[in-house]
Design a protein around this ligand. Structure first.
Ligand code: GUN
Length: 282
């Protein structure tokens, strides 16, 4: 029997801890405030933004929502970010991605003060992660480390294979596993013998973006499998990058989709907001 890593439960535990911490901070006169900016009204983005606002409300974090029209100019958005950067009441700033095509996403990410970069996307945050300086870490990979640690899974000395090299998941995931003393391999679309590399993994992080791509032939007996993918199949059911039913019996632990990695992202965003407030008040 393999362990089904319960991301819903673990994220809920983290949110309860944060709720308690925010309550104590309030008693000390410290508030926590996140500014969430959405440009345009992409329906998927609206769902994500709403979930973030709800999580803030639950934990006791104030959220300021800036819902800007699709035709907002780059200059207008940069002016808002500049104002929020200078506002001492605001601890975290998040611009929901993607922004409309006429905007320069890189410039927007770089405009956010690294002290308020709760998404961990600013180049200074990314650099800090690789040198081991304090800085904010991208929420999904940070959540995966929490899933492993809180499930009693050690990373030290393990062969870790990350499939996917995005700036938001694959690359920061590799850096975090390295920081925990894993031996890390990053695979991508040009990797030769992907299957053989995956078969060597003690910890396999699947972030390839293809539904049910990984079956039992990719995993070693007793491996730990973390599934970052989220897709809707023909029957409108959610599934991951891993074919759960084929893999589950072979591994020692696995995250389901839904209810695995997904719920951790918001929990870690909330954690970063509290961390930002603590840093600003210390
Ligand atoms: N769009 C999809 N995921 C994310 C995220 O984690 N942060 C932001 N800002 N936008 C996203």
């Amino acid at each position: 029997m393999s362990l089904r890593i319960d991301g819903k439960k673990i994220s809920s535990d983290i949110k309860e801890e944060l709720k308690e911490q925010v309550k104590q901070l309030k008693e000390e006169g410290v508030s926590v405030c996140l500014a969430v900016i959405q440009v345009g009204n992409d329906p998927a983005s609206s769902v994500y933004v709403n979930n973030k606002k709800k999580a803030c409300a639950y934990i006791g974090i104030e959220s300021q929502a800036y819902e800007l029209p699709e035709e907002t100019t780059q200059e207008e958005l940069l002016a808002l970010i500049d104002r929020l950067n200078k506002d001492d009441h605001v601890n975290g700033i998040l611009v929901q991605l993607p922004v409309p095509a006429h905007m320069d996403e890189k410039e927007i990410i770089q405009a956010i003060s690294p002290a308020k970069d709760v998404d961990g996307f600013h180049p200074q945050s990314v650099g800090a992660l690789s040198t081991g300086e304090p800085g904010f870490v991208s929420c999904t990979p940070a959540g995966i480390i929490q899933l492993l640690k809180r499930s009693g899974i050690s990373i030290d000395g393990k062969d870790c294979v990350v499939v996917g090299r995005s700036n938001i998941v694959g690359k920061p995931m590799a850096m975090l596993l390295l920081r925990e003393n894993g031996t890390v391999t990053i695979c991508h679309s040009h990797t030769k013998n992907l299957k053989e590399v995956c078969q060597r993994a003690d910890i396999l992080v699947a972030a390839i973006g293809k539904p049910k791509f990984f079956d039992e032939s990719y995993v070693k007996d007793g491996a730990v499998v973390i599934d970052v993918g989220i897709h809707r199949n023909a029957e409108n059911k959610l599934c991951g990058d891993v074919d759960y039913d084929k893999v589950a019996d072979k591994v020692s632990a696995i995250t389901p989709v839904p209810g695995g990695v997904g719920p951790m992202t918001i929990a870690m965003l909330m954690n970063n907001c509290v961390e930002a407030a603590l840093r600003m008040n210390n």
